[in-house]
Structure formats: C-alpha cells, structure tokens
Ligand binder design. Structure first.
Ligand SMILES: NC(=O)c1ccc[n+]([C@@H]2O[C@H](COP(=O)([O-])OP(=O)(O)OC[C@H]3O[C@@H](n4cnc5c(N)ncnc54)[C@H](OP(=O)(O)O)[C@@H]3O)[C@@H](O)[C@H]2O)c1
Length: 281
C-alpha cells in the first residue's frame, strides 16, 4: 500500500515543515487546515471524511483554543474508523513531566490517552517550547517592539527548533516498526532564560530586545486587551508559570534518540532567522 499522510494543522509551524519533508521524499501528503487546498475544520465535522479517505498515516498538531481538545479527540477516533493505521501526535513536554498537574496540560494528557486507546499504532512527540515562537508566533510582536513581557521570571526553558521537531515526526511516521508505542520528549541542547534569548536575538538581528518580567495577572490582562480570550490567556500564563518555577529547566534527548544526532542550538536558529529579515521589519 502506498503511504499517504494526512497532516492536520498542515499550514502551522510543525505541519508545514512535516508536509514539505514528506513531499520532498516524493510521498503522498494531504496538508489539511481551514486555509488549505484540503479543507479541514476542527469545528466542522462534515470536512473530516474526505480528508481521511485513502490515508493510512496521520500527523496531528492539535488546536490550542478552548473546546479544541474534544474536537481533536473526536477526529482521532474518526481517523481510526476510516482506516488510518499509524498516527503521530504533537503534545507538549509538560504532559510527561513534573508540570503535568497544571490545568493547561489536562487536555494534552487526555488526548494522548484517546490516541493510545484508538486501535491505531501511535507515536507521541512532546517538545519543549519552540524557538520559532520568537519569529512565527506569539513572541514575535514582543521582539519587534523591543520588549518581551512575560511572567517567566528568571526561569529557563530548553527551546527546540521546529525543523528538528518536524524531522523527528517524519521519522516516527515512516518507521512505526521502530517508533510505535513510544513518547519522545524533545528539547534543544541547552536551557536558557527569556532574558538570554532576547540578548541572543538582539545580537544576531541588530534590533535591541529586552525581557521584562510581569506579574501573571498583569500579563493576562495585557493579552486579553490585545484580543485573546480569558481562557487562552490563563493557559499561556500557566505555561510561563511552569517555566518560572524551574519545571522546564532540563534538556531531553528525544532528537538524539530518534535522529541519532544532536538538536540544533538557539544560536543556529537566531543566525538563520535573522537572515530571513523577519526581525528587520
Ligand atoms: N509553540 C510551542 O512552543 C509549543 C510547544 C509544545 C507544543 N505545542 C503545541 O503545538 C500545537 C500547535 O502546533 P503548531 O505550532 O505546529 O501549529 P500553529 O503554528 O499554531 O498553527 C495552527 C495550525 O492549525 C490550523 N488551524 C487553526 N484553527 C483551525 C481550525 N479551526 N480547523 C482546522 N485547522 C485549524 C492552522 O491553519 P488554518 O489557519 O489554515 O486553519 C495551522 O495549520 C498546539 O497543540 C500546542 O500546544 C506548541
């Protein structure tokens, strides 16, 4: 049987990298999301069946918004019923670590369990925070304004490059004999504070960026004013609390385990990202 992989979240930070790596290998891939040619909406179940049709492999980057977890669980069950055999799920490092008691990880822990019970074979990747949050996601605005405001204190995180995450996902998708039934914790090669990250971005981009600790409630009020709903704001603040308490201040060896090489360093990421011009605008 020819492999065809459905990529849910196919235009996102991990999904588009996974889709590109698969198509570079000449493999069948359906990158699916609301804006994709293969239209898929977590909240419109009528879009699901055509996406799963004929696919035997699946990568899931689940939704983060409130209510999304239940939809992701339903979609995993629907994929299994329509013949997908092996699924790789993006989770978070906190679901398998001392932070897992935080509310913000509850949905991820539950979704992992649903996949494990789905009848499909599975692998789970549990990455630390993505380096690309500074260039493709919610920390980019702070970089462009020259000030990263967050309730992370002096806590450190082991940021990982999304390119490494995507390579691990592709390897676990295509080699279930070696990777089925395993959850991999992934991180970069060192932990660093947000102040250190800001300093490295400054040095590479030439744009002054500083980190400013703010109280968790103040942070939530600021991002709600910015347009986020209160529940998502609380979830983000909780993720920063995990970092502030030092619960993310460790490295994990999943990249080495799966790819047989060290993960990329933050300095490689900032050099390559500065060269794209994303921090110049
Ligand atoms: N950022 C981190 O540091 C980090 C760390 C660990 C785990 N994670 C996990 O990573 C996951 C997100 O993955 P990502 O960063 O690769 O994605 P992302 O960059 O956040 O992009 C979201 C993807 O989901 C699609 N999407 C959004 N709403 C949708 C909807 N209603 N229906 C269908 N598709 C929808 C988007 O495409 P359209 O807009 O076209 O629909 C896009 O492809 C989250 O579960 C998060 O918990 C993130």
């Amino acid at each position: 049987m020819t492999n065809t992989t459905v990529v849910l979240g196919g235009t996102g930070k991990t999904g588009r990298r996974v889709a590109r790596l698969l198509s570079d290998r000449g493999l069948g891939v359906k990158a699916a999301s609301r804006s994709s040619e293969h239209r898929f909406d977590w909240y419109d179940e009528s879009t699901w069946a055509p996406i799963f049709e004929g696919a035997n492999l699946m990568y899931v980057a689940p939704p983060m918004d409130p209510g999304g977890a239940a939809q992701a669980e339903a979609a995993v069950k629907a994929a299994a019923a329509s013949g997908v055999r092996h699924t790789v799920l993006l989770s978070g490092r906190g679901t398998g670590s001392p932070g897992r008691e935080f509310d913000v990880y509850r949905a991820g822990v539950s979704l992992e369990a649903v996949l494990q019970d789905s009848g499909m074979s599975w692998s789970i990747v549990r990455p630390a925070w993505f380096m690309q949050n500074f260039s493709e996601d919610f920390l980019l605005d702070g970089v462009l304004h020259g000030e990263l405001r967050a309730p992370a204190g002096d806590g450190a995180e082991a940021f990982i490059d999304a390119d490494d995450i995507a390579e691990v996902i592709v390897e676990t998708l295509l080699d279930p004999d070696n990777h089925a039934g395993t959850a991999y914790a992934l991180s970069g090669p060192r932990t660093m504070t947000l102040a250190q990250a800001a300093a490295e971005i400054s040095a590479a981009s030439g744009r002054p960026v500083v980190y400013e600790h703010v109280d968790s409630e103040e942070y939530q009020a600021e991002i709600v004013e910015y347009g986020l709903d209160a529940e998502t704001a609380k979830g983000l603040a909780d993720l920063f609390t995990v970092v502030r308490r030092g619960l993310s201040d460790y490295v994990s060896d999943g990249v080495q385990q799966v790819l047989g090489r060290a993960p990329r360093d933050f300095s490689d990421y900032v050099r390559a990202t500065a060269a794209t011009g994303v921090w110049a605008s």
